[in-house]
Design a protein around this ligand. Structure first.
Ligand code: ATP
Ligand code: MN
Length: 479
C-alpha cells in the first residue's frame, strides 16, 4: 500500500523511539550539507528535519534532492538538537518520488512577493504563507457548518443558476446556450430567450437569500454556504467576481436576534481558528509584523494579528444607527480636514473610507450599523415606522469594511408589494416569494457573510485574491 505514511503534523507530536519505524512523504523545502532535508507535506506549517545517513546515500540520489522534489523517507525518530523542533527523522531509506529541476522550479527558497505568487497560483500552496492561509480557510469552512449544526440549522443548497435578480445586488453573469453567431430575435428585435436552454433569460446567482427565505419559512432556521457571482467591475482588494457566501435565514427572528446571531457566529469562527490553527496564526502574525516593518509608522497596524483577534472575541461589537454614523463622520477631524473623497450627508451609501474611519479610527473594533435609509437598500428589508429607514444591519470590520450585510425581512404583504411597485420590481415574477407572506407569514431575518472577507480578517492578508485558491476578477480567469 502506497499510502502507509504518517503525516508530518502527527510525527512532530511523537516522542523519540528507536524501535518505531515511520515513513513520511513530502516536498523538499531545503537540503543542506548533503545531509539535512527540510520536508513539508502540507499538514502543518512546520517542516520535518530528515537526516540522511552520512556516506550511505548514492551520489546520484543526493543530487536529486532539490527544492520542490517529492521524496519518501523511512526511519526512526530521535531527539533533535536543532532549534525549533523537538524530533527529527533519522532516515535509513530515501526514495525520490518526483524530481524538480532546480534551474526551472519557480519557487526558490527565498521570499517572493505576493504579486509574483499570484501569477503562479498553481504552486503557491507550497509556500508557508499560502499553506497557512488555506488550512485556516478550511478550518473556517468546517467551523461554519459546525456552528449552524450545533444550533439546529438546516444546510440548504440554493440554486446557482437563477432566473431572478434577487435584489439588484450587482451586475450578473448571464447563463446561455444561445449561439453568438445567430442570436434568435423576436419581431421587435429583442432577444428571443424562449429559444434559450431554460426558455427564459438566466444568470448566475448573486445571493441565495430569496430561496433561503422560502426554506426558513418552513424549516425554521436554514443557512446556505455556496459560491455567488457578481460581474461588478470593481477592481478592489475586497471584491471577487466569484466568491463564497454564508447566508443564514431565521424564522421568528427580528433585527436584534439577527445581530446577536451574527456577532456570536463571528466570535465562534475566530475562536475555532485560535484553538485549532495556533501554529498557522503564529506564523501569519510574525509574517505581518515583518511585512509592516517596511511601512512608515503611521501606516502600521495598531495591533498584531493575534492581538486583534483576541480583542474581537473578548469584546462586544459596537452598535450604532446609520444616523449616528453620519453624525460621527460629520463631526470627525477627517471630515473637517476634507480627508474624505466622497461626500457625507444623510442618505449616502457609506463608502469604504467612511466605514474604515468608523471602525479603525473612531471605535477601533467591529461596528454594527442599523437603520439605513430605505432608498439605498433592497426592497425586501423591513420598513421602520419612521417611513425613512429600514431594519438593515451591516457589520464593519477593521481592515475590511463591510463583512456582513443583513436585515429583518418585510413580512407584511401590503408593505412589501407597495415597495416592490415603487422600486419597479415585477411582482408577477415573484409570486413564489410573495406566497410566504400570503400563507402564515412570520417575522424573519437573515444576513450574508462574505467568506473570503472573513478569511482576510482572520489571516491578516490584505488582498482578497490571496485568500481564495484561484481568484476570478475582471480580466482575470487563470487556472
Ligand atoms: P460591498 O458594498 O462591499 O460591495 P455589498 O453591499 O455589495 O458589499 P451584500 O450584497 O450585502 O454586499 O453581500 C453580503 C456580503 O457578501 C458582504 O457583506 C460581503 O462580505 C460579501 N461580498 C459582497 N460582494 C462581494 C464581492 N464582490 N467579493 C467578495 N465578497 C463580497
Ligand atoms: Mn457590492
Amino acid at each position: 500500500m502506497f499510502n502507509k505514511r504518517i503525516k508530518i503534523k502527527e510525527i512532530l507530536a511523537k516522542n523519540p523511539s528507536s524501535d518505531q519505524q515511520y515513513t513520511v512523504m513530502g516536498w523538499v523545502r531545503t537540503f543542506r550539507n548533503n545531509q539535512f532535508v527540510a520536508l513539508n507535506d502540507g499538514s502543518t506549517i512546520h517542516n520535518l528535519q530528515v537526516v540522511l545517513p552520512l556516506g550511505s546515500v548514492e551520489e546520484n540520489i543526493l543530487k536529486r534532492i532539490t527544492t520542490g522534489a517529492s521524496i519518501k523517507a523511512s526511519g526512526h525518530l530521535v531527539a533533535s538538537l536543532g532549534k525549533g523542533q523537538s524530533v527529527e527523522l533519522q532516515a535509513d531509506a530515501i526514495e525520490i518520488l518526483g524530481d524538480s529541476d532546480p534551474e526551472k522550479y519557480p519557487l526558490q527558497p527565498k521570499k517572493h512577493s505576493l504579486e509574483f505568487l499570484r501569477e503562479i497560483a498553481h504552486l503557491r500552496f507550497r509556500t508557508q504563507t499560502f499553506s497557512a492561509v488555506f488550512r485556516i480557510r478550511h478550518s473556517l469552512a468546517f467551523a461554519v457548518h459546525q456552528f449552524f449544526n450545533e444550533k439546529g440549522f438546516v444546510y440548504l443548497h440554493t440554486p446557482i443558476i437563477t432566473s431572478s435578480d434577487a435584489e439588484g445586488a450587482g451586475e450578473m453573469f448571464r447563463v446561455t446556450t444561445l449561439p453568438f453567431e445567430q442570436i434568435p430575435r423576436k419581431e421587435d428585435g429583442t432577444i428571443d430567450f424562449s429559444e434559450d436552454f431554460f426558455g427564459k433569460s438566466t444568470n448566475l446567482t448573486v445571493s441565495g437569500q430569496l430561496e433561503g427565505e422560502l426554506g426558513a419559512t418552513a424549516l425554521g432556521d436554514i443557512y446556505t454556504f455556496g459560491p455567488t457571482f457578481r460581474a461588478e467591475n470593481s477592481n478592489t482588494t475586497r471584491h471577487l467576481a466569484e466568491f463564497w457566501m454564508i447566508e443564514p435565514e431565521m424564522a421568528f427572528n427580528d433585527i436584534e436576534d439577527n445581530m446577536d446571531l451574527a456577532e456570536e457566529f463571528i466570535h465562534y469562527l475566530i475562536n475555532y481558528v485560535l484553538k485549532n490553527n495556533a501554529d498557522d496564526l503564529a506564523f501569519l502574525d510574525s509574517r505581518l509584523q515583518e511585512e509592516e516593518k517596511s511601512l512608515p509608522a503611521d501606516k502600521r497596524s495598531e495591533f498584531g494579528l493575534l492581538e486583534k483577534l483576541q480583542l474581537v472575541v473578548n469584546n462586544k461589537f459596537e452598535r450604532i444607527t446609520y444616523t449616528e454614523a453620519i453624525d460621527i463622520l460629520l463631526a470627525s477631524p477627517a471630515y473637517k480636514k476634507k480627508k474624505f473623497k466622497f461626500e457625507v450627508s444623510w442618505g449616502i451609501d457609506l463608502q469604504s473610507e467612511h466605514e474604515r474611519y468608523l471602525v479603525e479610527k473612531h471605535f477601533k473594533k467591529p461596528v454594527i450599523v442599523t437603520g439605513y435609509p430605505k432608498d439605498i437598500k433592497a426592497f425586501y428589508m423591513r420598513q421602520n415606522d419612521d417611513g425613512k429607514t429600514v431594519a438593515a444591519m451591516d457589520i464593519l470590520a477593521p481592515g475590511i469594511g463591510e463583512i456582513v450585510g443583513g436585515s429583518q425581512r418585510e413580512e407584511r404583504l401590503d408593505r412589501l408589494t407597495k415597495r416592490m411597485e415603487e422600486m419597479e420590481i415585477p411582482t408577477h415574477e415573484m409570486e413564489f416569494y410573495l406566497d410566504t407572506r400570503r400563507f402564515g407569514s412570520v417575522p424573519h431575518s437573515g444576513f450574508g457573510l462574505g467568506f473570503e472577507r472573513m478569511v482576510l480578517f482572520v489571516t491578516g492578508m490584505t488582498n482578497i485574491r490571496d485568500v481564495i485558491p484561484f481568484a476570478r476578477t475582471p480580466k482575470n480567469c487563470e487556472f
